[in-house]
Design a protein around this ligand. Structure first.
Ligand code: FES
Length: 123
């Protein structure tokens, strides 16, 4: 085992992300995280949507690199954790209000590295 592997926590292999480019990793030192790739860069954020707590790791990464919630399609910037678009569908009329209230609290973001096809937590 290398020094890096002793100090970092293995999260998920890129090959296991599938087409969504994100997965839930349940057991980490920070609880469940949504872990994935955005524009080729790894990310890890807290897993619960700020709207109605859907599992963000069950969503997908959009073409422009945002993490989309699987329930009502809110969008998050995975670099900052900020909600950049409120919920859609039936909630669209209140999307701005959701973004300004519960959505104003960013997701937690965690430092990760991509090594040999695996995303590692490095804090
Ligand atoms: S639970 Fe995520 S947008 Fe509604």
């Amino acid at each position: 085992m290398t020094t890096f592997e002793q100090s970092a926590a293995r999260l998920v292999a890129v090959d296991d992300l599938g087409a969504s480019q994100v997965a839930v990793v349940e057991k980490t030192p920070h609880g469940a995280l949504a872990v994935g790739l955005s524009a080729g860069k790894p990310f890890a954020v807290s897993n619960r949507c700020r709207h109605l707590f859907a599992s963000l790791g069950k969503g997908h990464v959009t073409d422009d690199g945002c993490l989309q919630c699987p329930s009502h399609a809110a969008l998050y910037d995975v670099g900052t954790g900020k909600m950049v678009r409120g919920p859609q569908g039936a909630f669209k009329p209140v999307a701005g209000a959701v973004k300004a209230t519960t959505g104003a609290r960013s997701l937690k973001t965690f430092p990760v590295e991509l090594r040999d096809g695996v995303i590692w937590l490095v804090d």
